[in-house]
Write a protein that binds this ligand. Structure first.
Ligand code: FES
Ligand SMILES: [Fe+2]
Length: 333
């Protein structure tokens, strides 16, 4: 995480624990070791053992009264917790978290559930993808509608542009855009039985690393694409895609279609972001010119910057070229 190698293991109680992946003794990778019966992680070289708080619990062969102080033998640790099948790691070492991890929407108990849904089924597709992109570029890509009509033309937006309205609102710990009036359709499948229906569609950024896309069609479909981003380094971001949907159609039939469409779109995004990163490197930094269509990019940037207390000099330089974007906009996509 952010160029810091971490070793993740489960202690004797089964809880996830995270320590720096470097043995304080002679720098061996603790992740190459094993978890001993006492739930400590054991270095593969001389067998020092560390508990989940990073405290050195055993040094094989050592008599009492060794010269090294106990603290010098400890390894730094990160708070970790498990939720929705993910292990969430607190960014700063040696700190207790001040808030809970992102809560994945629970479609079965969705607050949006308006109709009886006893025959509806929940489907889910989860996969990771490493992107050659900054955290900001990856988050913006997931939530950027205009590129979908261009880069992904014909896949999930049709060849004909549609008029829609977007409204941007801040909420506590994030920002969202609601898109209003988009007729239901998927790539080449337009019109027909869905012609009169419209999507309800929200794009959200939830601090510090989640991009969420929600689509709803009354009586027919509810989809959440939650993308959890892990900055592996300043320019490589691991995106975990958690697609969940809720529909009267059989979830089993839909899963392969959703997965295939998702991967097709993602391949194009991955390539576009890699080329973008390569060019940024070629020019030695980023520069932005935005229009009102860039609804979330500047808002995400602002929130990320506030979080890092604007200490980064590069961040303030970029501030001039990222505009706020409209909060209410009619456009075509
Ligand atoms: S390097 Fe880890 S115990 Fe020696
Ligand atoms: Fe895309």
């Amino acid at each position: 995480m952010m160029d810091e190698p971490l070793a993740v293991f489960r202690d004797a109680g089964g809880s996830p624990r995270v320590v720096l992946d470097r043995c304080p003794h002679r720098n061996a990778a603790l992740s190459d070791g094993r978890v001993a019966d006492d739930g400590c992680i054991e270095c593969p070289y001389h067998g020092w053992r560390f508990d989940g708080d990073g405290s050195c619990r055993a040094v094989p062969g050592l008599y009492e009264g060794d010269a090294a102080t106990a603290t010098a033998r400890n390894v730094s640790w990160h708070a970790a917790t498990e939720r929705d099948g993910f292990v969430w790691v607190w960014g700063a070492a040696g700190e207790d978290p001040t808030r809970e991890p992102f809560a994945m929407p629970d479609l079965l108990h969705s607050e949006h559930a308006s109709k009886p849904r006893k025959n509806w089924q929940v489907g889910e597709v989860i996969f990771p993808c490493d992107l050659d992109a900054t955290l900001h570029a990856a988050l913006e890509n997931t939530l950027d509608v205009p590129h979908t009509a261009f880069l992904h033309k014909g896949i999930f937006r049709g060849k004909r542009l549609k008029e829609l309205t977007a409204e941007r609102t801040d909420f506590d710990g994030g920002v969202e855009v609601e898109f209003i009036g988009e007729p239901v359709g998927l790539g080449p499948i337009q019109g027909g039985p869905f012609a009169k229906k419209t999507f309800k569609h929200w794009d959200r950024f939830v601090m510090p690393c989640v991009a969420q896309v929600e689509y709803r069609v009354d009586d027919w479909l509810e989809i959440f694409n939650n993308v959890i981003h892990v900055p592996l380094s300043p320019t490589v971001t691991r995106a975990w895609f958690v697609f969940r949907w809720w529909t009267p159609l059989p979830a089993r039939l839909l899963a392969p279609i959703v997965a295939a469409q998702g991967r097709l779109v993602l391949r194009q995004d991955k390539q576009a972001m890699a080329q973008q990163s390569k060019n940024i490197e070629r020019f030695g930094g980023e520069r932005f010119a935005s229009t009102d269509l860039d609804l979330l990019g500047a808002a995400i940037w602002r929130l990320l910057r506030q979080a890092e207390k604007a200490e980064d000099r590069q961040a303030s330089a970029l501030d001039d070229t990222l505009t706020e974007g409209a909060t209410n906009l009619r456009f075509r996509a």
